[in-house]
Design a binder for this molecule. Structure first.
Ligand SMILES: [Zn+2]
Length: 469
């Protein structure tokens, strides 16, 4: 079977993932249908080479909005095929899209109808089991270690000789992430479509990431200021709760100075999660314990719920949000959105960026054109400022970036993941990365004798013979 792969988003950017796989005389498959953020762009439906109602299957690698955000619009545009993903992803997509649709022009009834449609169309599947699609095409999900439910997807197309194998990495995480099982080793494939978010760099050593967080929090709170942590509602928020719980329950009393009160330690500092979606997702994470890693399961079995602790406070209503804004430091605030492109973190930044006692701690990727990217870029500079709600806000707060908290594999981890394949992939196409990151990973792969292709949107028309793939 031959196929044609077209990138409809996220080929050269970190958001807006959407890849179209057309199998000749076989099914038409879409892998992800994400929203572009910041300055990133996606191909509009009107310019797609197929009509959405001709797509048989939509595979979802994971439930981040930059991978699923356009699913409601895709359904509105006529898609009525099956949506396939892992079981945890199935549990996460509707709450994630419900929140996203809240910002659209849809009425409450229309949102409910759309949720019903998504629920009826979508199916959860087990990891590491092979399933059959139309015309003998098969697929298998592997754990990607990026967020709960994240998967890489192997498609196997039957042919006269050997089958053709196409592997989509989705977003790949790092080994040792809280709650998550490590990424599974990938199967052999003829074509690998691989993410490259951090393809040109390596994170700080992950083994001491808790200590890094602990140090930053201790220092940041020593003067009684606030620590603001912009975090994706899905993934980062749960990992931060987990890690802060570990810091507190390990009994390591980091001194936080006079303003923290008598016997000051991190354990006495309130932690606010100001994100209704983040809290809802945390509950869902809690209900999916069968998909956690062994460490988290052991904690639960021992009576310590890894996603709950004494000084953790939920901020749900808007009224509580206004109160939380006025709470004096020392306090730790976790709020969305992760790239500060919206959400309640904006109010905290508006009120807190100009105060030198405060600290902003970034734990995730900041796309071009987002407020988060501006704060990271201009925060450390003299007279640096960011625009919030149209106004200039000078950045006096300290700005930190904890690379060890990235949800994405770094260059070494990406190379390591490819190198454990039973055989070298025929070709690798790098996507989901800015130019420098893609080129950095391409060079590193080529230095190891891998074949990397980097051209164009319509990339592969292949005959059925494996040698020509
Ligand atoms: Zn993601």
């Amino acid at each position: 079977m031959s196929f044609l792969l077209t990138h409809l988003g996220g080929e050269e950017t970190v958001t807006g993932s959407c890849h179209l796989l057309r199998v000749t005389c076989g099914p038409t498959i879409l892998v992800d249908c994400g929203l572009a953020m910041g300055d990133d762009r996606v191909v509009p439906f009107s310019e797609w080479p197929v009509s959405p109602d001709d797509i048989d299957y939509l595979f979802i690698t994971h439930a981040h909005i930059d991978h699923i955000g356009r699913v409601p619009d895709l359904i509105d545009a006529g898609f009525s095929g099956e949506i396939l993903c892992s079981h945890p992803t199935k549990a996460l997509i509707i709450p994630m899209l419900h929140d996203a649709m809240g910002f659209s022009k849809r009425s409450k009834d229309a949102v409910r109808r759309m949720e019903r449609s998504i629920d009826e169309l979508s199916w959860g599947f087990e990891y590491q089991r092979s399933f059959r699609l139309k015309r003998g095409v098969r697929f298998k999900l592997g754990r990607a270690g990026h967020i709960l439910g994240s998967a890489f997807i192997l498609f196997t197309l039957p042919g006269e000789g050997d089958p053709t194998r196409i592997l989509f990495s989705g977003d790949l995480g790092c080994a040792g992430s809280p709650l998550l099982c490590d990424p599974d080793p990938p199967d052999a494939c003829d074509l690998l479509i691989m993410e490259s978010t951090y393809g040109d760099r390596n994170h700080e050593d992950r083994s001491d990431r808790i200590q890094s967080l602990e140090r930053v929090l201790g220092r940041a709170l020593a003067d009684g200021g606030k620590v603001l942590i912009p975090a994706f509602s899905l993934g980062r928020t749960q990992e931060l709760i987990y890690e802060i719980d570990r810091i507190l329950s390990a009994g390591r009393a980091v001194e936080v100075g006079d303003r923290g009160g008598p016997g000051s330690s991190l354990g006495r500092i309130p932690v606010f999660v100001d994100s209704p979606l983040g809290l809802q997702i945390t509950q869902i994470y809690g209900s999916l314990s069968e998909f956690w890693d062994e460490e988290a399961k052991d904690l639960l079995a021992g009576g310590d719920h890894p996603l709950d602790f004494k000084n953790l406070f939920s901020v749900l209503s808007y009224r509580d949000h206004r109160h939380a804004l006025a709470v004096p430091g020392p306090v730790i605030i976790i709020a969305g959105s992760g790239m500060c492109s919206g959400g309640r973190i904006i109010d905290y930044l508006e009120a807190g960026l100009g105060d030198a006692k405060n600290d902003i701690v970034f734990v995730g990727y900041q796309a071009r054109g987002t407020l988060g990217r501006d704060i990271l870029r201009y925060g450390p500079r003299k007279n640096g400022y960011a625009r919030i709600k149209g106004e200039k806000v000078y950045i006096q707060a300290d700005v930190h970036k904890l690379g060890g908290y990235s949800a994405h594999a770094d260059q070494n981890a990406l190379l390591g993941w490819v190198e454990v394949m039973p055989e070298k992939p025929g070709r690798i196409k790098l996507v989901h990365g800015e130019r420098r990151a893609r080129l950095g990973l391409q060079r590193a792969l080529e230095a190891r004798q891998y074949t990397v292709v980097s051209d164009g949107h319509v990339s592969f028309l292949t005959p059925s013979t494996k040698g020509d793939v």
